[in-house]
Design a protein around this ligand. Structure first.
Ligand code: KG4
Ligand code: ZN
Length: 355
């Protein structure tokens, strides 16, 4: 493979990720230090704790990423770094680290939008993976993470048109909040998926906010409905309302987790497929942490198959935050001639595209 060799740094949320990626596609190394265990006790991310953990782990993560790939910072064509959106303190660690690397090793610096990284994860190939076709334009991408939920049309590289976004909670945020209500471990997404797999009675129905005539999403009503249903189930099982340690029976937890997951997946997959059909897309891309969800993956596969379109969805480990996806997007930005100065700053609310 040809193309720029990029050293990429990701620290926008609670994973410290550094990767070496060639040509915006081939992963040479991809090391992620996850902080989920650190935040589990609090049931969510504590920004100050996250920033300190990035500081603690970023050098060992770099050392491992370089050792795994056998390259030195001098060998790379560019250093790419996530500069937004994300938590200010977390972003600052990665941005300043990447700036220092760029300065010390005299390499060009490229700023990358984290959401663009999730999208470009669709182009990544694992070290030994066989070549396969790239996503074909125009495409529709559904990006669903802990902080974002949107549908975007891509007519070419780095060219986005926002089709719809969440009006309130992100899909991952809804998973995390309902996971907490069910007394499941943090993060809620994987925990709900696991719990739902055990459901035997699969008939509980949660509401779906279709927001007709738009590609927008809303999950706050679903969250409120879940809170009400969970409170009702707790009363039925004689559990105290104010003691989170007293959890519902496994059977009820599984059934409610299943119903909630169905509702989220149904709306996401239906709207993504509708958008792909209406704009005449030639492929569909799925990305972001929630794209690790097996039910969403299967459902969208089915929808894409019905439309006769290829669905490109990275393996679960490349859907959640990692450095390789920043290397994929960073290479495109680098090839487009983009360079960041040493005044590159963290942009916690950086948008990907506006309507
Ligand atoms: O993309 P990501 O790693 O970080 C952000 O940029 O936000 O996404 C994290 C989100 C969390 O809300 C987590 O609960 C969700 O992705 N998630 C899942 C699954 N794995 C991670 N949601 C549903 N099912 C999963 N298997
Ligand atoms: Zn993310």
């Amino acid at each position: 493979m040809t193309g720029p060799l990029v050293l990429a740094v990701e620290s926008s949320c609670d994973e410290t990720g550094i990767a070496v990626v060639e040509g915006g596609r081939r992963i040479h190394s991809n090391v992620v230090a996850s902080q989920t265990a650190l935040h589990a006790a609090a049931g969510g991310i504590v920004p100050e704790v996250a920033a300190r953990a990035h500081l603690r782990w970023i050098v060992p993560v770099l050392d491992e990423a370089l050792a795994d790939s056998g390259v030195t910072p001098r060998d790379v064509d560019a250093i790419a770094v996530t500069y937004g959106p994300g938590l200010a303190g977390s972003l600052l660690v990665g941005v300043n680290f990447a700036k220092a690397l760029a300065l010390v090793h005299d390499r060009p610096l490229v700023g990358v939008n984290h959401l663009e990284g999730h999208l470009y994860a669709a182009w990544l190939l694992d070290p030994g993976e066989a070549e396969r076709e790239e996503p074909v334009f125009p495409l529709v991408a559904l990006i669903v993470s802990g902080g974002h939920t949107f549908l975007v049309e891509m007519t070419d590289h780095l060219t986005y048109r926002l089709l719809g976004q969440t009006l309130d909670d992100a899909a991952g945020e809804a998973f995390d909040k309902v996971g907490r209500l069910l007394g499941l471990s943090y993060p809620g997404g994987p925990a709900i998926q696991r719990a739902a797999e055990a459901a035997t009675r699969r008939d509980v129905a949660f509401p779906r906010a279709w927001l007709p005539g738009t590609y927008d999403f809303s999950f706050s009503g679903l969250k409120t409905a879940a809170r009400r249903v969970i409170a009702g189930a707790r009363a039925e099982e004689g559990l105290p309302a104010d003691d989170p340690a007293a959890t519902l029976s496994d059977a009820t937890t599984a059934e409610l987790a299943w119903g909630f997951q169905e509702s989220v997946v149904d709306v996401l997959a239906t709207k993504a497929a509708r958008a792909a059909k209406e704009i005449g897309a030639r492929s569909i891309v799925l990305g972001g942490g929630v794209a690790a969800n097996s039910v969403l993956r299967e459902r969208l596969h089915h929808e894409a198959e019905t439309l006769g379109l290829p669905l490109i969805v990275p393996r679960p480990g490349l859907c959640t935050d990692n450095g390789a996806m920043i290397g994929a997007a960073g290479a495109r930005r680098f090839l487009a001639g983009e360079r960041a100065g040493l005044d590159l700053d963290a942009r916690p609310s950086l948008p990907l595209a506006t309507r």
